[in-house]
Each structure stands twice: as C-alpha cells, then as structure tokens.
Write a protein that binds this ligand. Sequence first.
Ligand code: F6P
Length: 355
Amino acid sequence: MKRIGMLTSGGDCQSLNATMRGVGKALFNHYGDDVEIIGFIDGYKGLMHDDCRLLEPQDFSGILDEGGTILGTSRQPFKMMRVVENGFDKVAAMKHTYKKHKLDCLVVLGGNGSQKTSNLLREEGLNVIGLPKTIDNDLWGSDVTFGFWSAINIATDAIDCIHTTAASHGRTFIIEVMGHKVGDLTLHAGIAGGADIILIPEIPYDINAVAKAIKKREAQGKNFTIIAMAEGALSKEDASMKKKELRKKREDLPASFELGEQIRELTGQEVRITVPGHTQRGGRPCPYDRVLSTRLGSAAAQMIIKEKYGVLMGLHNNEIVPVPLEDVAGKLKTVDPKSEIIQQIKDIGISFGDE
Ligand code: F6P
C-alpha cells in the first residue's frame, strides 16, 4: 500500500484543484486500490496539527475547472523563521504527522515560501515532491507556474474594460496588478491589454518619464492613457530608500495612489485607479493552466511511482522535468530588464517609465 500526503500552501490561485486531480487520477490509475491519498487541510497547518482527510477517487472528479482548493490553504509557516513558536516545534510536529501516517511521500503545491519549507522537510529526511503554484510566476525552476495564465486573463479583462471607459472620458487610468516583488503578471497583462505604460518592480520608473509618455500621447491626439502597474512597482526614489522606510511609506500610501497624484500634478490629466486585487486569483482556471496542471500532476505521480523524491516538477521548453528542490528553495525568478520581451515591447513604443 502506497500512502501519499498532499497539501496546498500559500496564497491560492486557479488550477490548484486541476493539479491535484492530475496527481490523484494518475496514482489511482496506476495503483488502483493499493494507494491511499491523505489531504492535509489548510496547507502546512494541517500537517502540523494532523488535520486531514482521506481523498477518494471521486474527490478528484469534477474539479478540473473548479477555482480555489478543495483542501484549503494558509500562508506557509516559516516567515520570520519562527520555526519554534511558544514552545511548539513546527518541523518536529510535521515530521511526526508524516511518520504517524506512514507516508511514502508528501506532495506540496506551493510557491516560493512553500517550496522553501518543502526543501526544509526534505533536509529533515522526508520524501517530498513540489508542484509550482503562483499567479506571480516568480518561482525559480519552472518556465511557467500554474495560475499565471489564468491571472493574466483576468487582469487583461480588467484592462480591456478600463480601455473603453478611459477612451470615453479621456482619462488616465492606473490598473494595479498583483505582484509585490515580481512584475511578470503585470508585464503580460499589460501587453495583452494594450497598456501604454507598464511599470514593474524590476524597472524603477522616473515620474517625469511617465508624464512625458502621457504628454506624448496627448500630442498625438490620444486623450487617454492606460498604465498597468504592479502593486510593488517602484519609482527611482523608492528604489533608493531603505526597505523598512519604504514599507512604512506604503502602509499609508499605495504606489498606485502616489503615482496617480503625481500624474495629476504633472499633466493636469484626470486620473482614476482600478485595483482588480484578489479577483486575479479567483474563478476557473484558463485552458492553458488546466493542461499545464494536468501534465504537472501526472508527471509528479510518475516520480512517486519511480520513487524519485526531493524535486519540484517544472516546465522547461514545454517538457515537464524534475528540478532538485535544493536548487529551487529561496530563489526568486524576476523579470530581466534586458530580456528580449522587454525590448520588443519598448520597440512598439510602450513606455516602462525608465527613459
Ligand atoms: O503571491 C501571490 C499574491 O497574490 C501576490 O501577487 C500578492 O502580492 C499577494 O499574494 C497577496 O497576498 P494576500 O492574499 O495575503 O493578500
């Protein structure tokens, strides 16, 4: 009898269920009645406190296009590295649950922080397989994470809707897209939505360059401007500030609202700000994600069958390959300002606010 644990950790996204379905279906298809899959509730919390339920084959049916996660999730537990909290040793508790259920492997669907924790469990001797979740696409080890393209679709829809009202009123709109540290989602939604200015954390902007791009459009007879701005986008001044100071400043004044005010002052434009927020993580996964998730889940099951653990299943050049978790843990994948995609988009006249 194989005994596999599974959990979803960190901020949710579309396609978590589609990924678990891929794992579950492939395992039941291979092992029949000789496998038990135990789902831990609300991420690592469930593993720590042994809160779980047995997942039957029917649990994996009808969930391909269901948003959210049938297991629930919570933020991964080692922010601030508080591994022992009020005398409670989180790692020891997780190991205890793993051993109590006699698990052969734990499958972790999660992003950066969660895979750091899965690597920590691997170092503690547990068999772990990671699957790359996040709308931010900032996980090192996979070209694309599931959730990313579904979120792009939603953010693009938001920009499309704003386009028509911006044009009717001749206004400048800032659409604040999710992504605190990495701007890949903003970049892709901005391109797909035809934004005129794209602002991402990796390319600090100069407010005068942003104003210049708006005025250039005005001079061309275009009375509205669409700005796709990552929630973590930085001005050049912000980039030179100490992290703590900037965090304090942002508690009172989100970057998009500060930018809106500055644009009003410098251009006289009427400015509105739209924040699609968590809608970007909700609802049904797009077809691309359903395909990616099914492949990732199925490939993870094959690793379990081959008893090859300690890896994250990632997409590389359209193939699903195992990447050692130790290579993934703690590494952020960011947008390279010198990448081909940035240059191509600059070449069609879209401003990144840097020149
Ligand atoms: O990491 C995914 C993400 O949606 C980020 O894009 C965003 O900055 C953050 O999570 C929001 O976190 P929370 O759901 O805790 O507000």
